[in-house]
Design a protein around this ligand. Structure first.
Ligand SMILES: Nc1ncnc2c1ncn2[C@@H]1O[C@H](COP(=O)(O)OP(=O)(O)OP(=O)(O)O)[C@@H](O)[C@H]1O
Ligand SMILES: [Mg+2]
Length: 219
């Protein structure tokens, strides 16, 4: 079981974009559970095409088990067995107070922090606090997981400069290669068409980007 977090404390920066595409890509490789911890339930709605019931809802679509879990209830109490999945992808806006351990009773293996073009300044400005939050998942200075900053339509160099400026030990973090700038298209495919970006004519090559994120970015 590999636990993958898509997180940032800022809104609108690409958490759901990463979560739905990683879940979709990984479903070709094994059993996937997607846990949507956001009250807006955008990842849930992408797959289930309806509002979730409250307080928790479970369903499956396109070969993926999806849970809307805004209250971050433990999977054990929901009678979900994490071990039956090869990949657990979590769409979450914070990892404070050991939320992930509470939900899962397990560490994440891989943390993706997205930054997109339309919120470039806000998301870069908040990068230090996100990295602090991620570093504080269990207070362990030698991070037991890989942290990957994902530039969506932004030059990688912008982020590397900011990491230097805030004096973060960049060897603890990887800045992934940039995904091409797809601002409007991505918005439409996720929130209107509800399909994967690689299922759009002419954009099939973007599947390779998620392959790269999933399998080639772990430190
Ligand atoms: N490759 C890309 N290039 C440029 N912009 C992108 C790219 N991928 C995603 N985005 C932009 O990011 C926007 C917000 O994405 P998303 O909804 O995934 O963010 P979020 O962090 O989940 O937001 P929220 O906090 O509301 O849950 C999308 O509407 C899209 O315009
Ligand atoms: Mg979201």
């Amino acid at each position: 079981m590999k636990v993958i977090l898509c997180t940032h404390n800022s809104g609108g920066v690409g958490k759901t974009t990463l979560a739905v595409h990683l879940a979709g890509y990984l479903s070709e490789w094994g059993e996937v559970l997607l846990v949507d911890c956001d009250e807006q339930a955008d990842s849930w709605k992408f797959f289930m095409e309806k509002e979730p019931g409250v307080p928790v809802d479970q369903g499956s679509a396109r070969g993926i088990e999806v849970i809307a879990n805004p209250e971050r209830r433990s999977l054990k109490k929901l009678k979900v067995k994490p071990n039956q999945f090869d990949f657990i992808v979590i769409d979450i806006d914070t990892v404070l107070e050991n939320t992930v351990q509470v939900i899962l009773n397990a560490h994440p293996d891989l943390i993706f922090i997205p930054l997109n073009r339309s919120h470039m300044y806000k998301s870069i400005d908040n990068l230090a606090s996100v990295l602090e939050m991620v570093g504080g998942i269990d207070g362990n200075p030698a991070l037991p997981y890989s942290v990957v900053i994902v530039p969506l339509g932004i030059d990688k160099e912008n982020i590397e400069r900011e990491l230097e400026r805030i004096e973060y030990h960049s060897e603890q973090y990887l800045v992934a290669d940039s995904m091409e700038d797809l601002s409007t298209t991505m918005d439409k495919v996720i929130y209107k068409d509800r399909k994967y970006i690689w299922d759009c004519v002419g954009l099939e090559h973007n599947k390779n980007y998620f392959k790269y994120l999933a399998f080639n970015t772990s430190c």
